[in-house]
Design a protein around this ligand. Structure first.
Ligand SMILES: C[S@@+](CC[C@H](N)C(=O)[O-])C[C@H]1O[C@@H](n2cnc3c(N)ncnc32)[C@H](O)[C@@H]1O
Length: 370
């Protein structure tokens, strides 16, 4: 079976490595997605374990339709009656990039018609009442290559289930995990986020450090379909639970805002991880150990303060960063000139879209060994 996992643009390499680590056979890596093959069990394993993924789709089939008639025949040929009950609620979405077939409304309507017609023909049913489990299809065409996809995740994977509370500018959980993995944080050495907000980066760090699978707090669409044996799914979750180990090093998180600290505390509790949390202004950050990883997310945009506030914070952060010679650091910032602002040349800068906002991830290697 083939799967397509989506992620943020720029995180494909991280997601590819995660897939390899889980033993999936990676076949293709493209902008914002990784295609891999695996078993039916891997459908659930991928949803439970891939930290940087946004969704996992099952690739039912692919073709190069050049007309709507060809699209209809392509979809009609798939044996939906083998994977979906007659009561299924059928949702169809469409995406098209640089392709001959581009009208999303037509692609969507034709795909849905073909799915329903297939059912009528094979099962002799005249009416689908659509009151059962959700089957959400995506017909995705890129440069005329069409994929018939079934969404196995349901609620997007960044919604782990621990963040009931967030501040105004939270980072998506899978993006936070991706930034940590890009920073080569695997739980070795102390970790610190001194601008922790609702705690997302520190909580993801704690999940990495303790080998806690990110999907253990929630369920996925594919679990509702009855395709994956219930015992197999229970055993898999038990195996993942059994892998959880205590963190070997400290995971520190702080913020000047007491409401943010309270939120982070509640979120960490829900996520079942331990953080060393405190209310502290960045100016007072001191006494960090000999070495570790610092990953944080600067405030940006009007929602998070004035430009003067951000300029002042960059000055403080710059001086702290210079003190942390034995720390590897990664700062997500909305400032394209952040390196200049902190007066430190980054070893690597990567661009990401956080929501609709342009951001840059500035990575600094430790300047001294610890
Ligand atoms: C962009 S938010 C962090 C969001 C966080 N990554 C999350 O997912 O919730 C930036 C945080 O920096 C905090 N902050 C701003 N200035 C600070 C300072 N001088 N010292 C400590 N925290 C500060 C704000 O209170 C805010 O929570």
């Amino acid at each position: 079976m083939k799967y397509l996992a989506t992620t943020s643009f720029g995180m494909e390499g991280v997601l590819k490595n995660e897939c390899i680590l889980q033993g999936f056979n990676v076949e293709q890596v493209d902008m914002g997605r990784v295609i891999f093959s695996g078993s039916l069990k891997d459908m659930l394993l991928a949803n439970l374990t891939l930290r940087s993924a946004e969704r996992v789709f099952w690739i039912l089939d692919e073709a190069r339709p050049m007309s709507f008639d060809e699209l209809y025949d392509f979809v009609l040929a798939y044996p939906f009656e083998d994977i979906m009950p007659a009561k299924a609620q059928i949702i169809v979405n469409a995406k098209s990039y640089r392709s001959k077939l581009y009208s999303l409304r037509d692609i969507q309507a034709i795909t849905k018609k073909a799915i329903v017609d297939r059912y009528y023909r094979k099962k002799g049913i005249k009416y689908l009442d659509e009151t059962g489990e959700v089957y959400s299809y995506l017909l995705r065409i890129e440069k005329d290559q069409a994929y018939l996809l079934l969404d196995t995740s349901g609620v997007p994977l960044h919604k782990r289930g621990y963040r009931q509370q967030h501040n105004q500018a939270p980072l998506r959980e899978n993006m936070a995990a991706g930034l940590l993995l890009l920073s080569r944080y695997f739980g070795k050495g102390d970790f610190c986020d001194p601008l922790c907000g609702s705690g997302t980066i520190a909580i993801e760090a704690a999940m990495i450090a303790t080998d806690r699978a990110p999907g253990l707090l929630r369920s996925f669409s594919c679990e509702d379909w009855g395709l994956i044996d219930r015992k197999l799914s229970r055993d898999l979750k038990e195996q993942l639970e059994a892998r959880i180990k205590p963190a070997e090093f400290k995971i520190l998180a702080s913020d000047k805002d007491p409401r943010a600290v309270a939120m982070a505390r509640r979120n960490a509790k829900t996520a079942k991880v331990k953080l060393e949390l405190k209310q502290e202004d960045l100016t007072d950050l001191k006494g960090l150990s000999t070495g570790g990883t610092l990953v944080t997310n600067m405030p940006y945009g009007e929602r998070m303060g004035t430009q003067d506030d951000i300029d002042a914070l960059e000055l403080v952060l710059g001086s702290k960063m210079k003190e942390l010679e034995t720390w590897r650091m990664g700062i997500l910032s909305g400032n394209p000139d952040f390196s200049k602002a902190v007066n430190m040349r980054a070893n690597k800068v990567r661009k990401f879209y956080n929501g609709q906002i342009d951001t840059w991830f500035y990575q600094y290697d430790a300047r001294k060994r610890w």
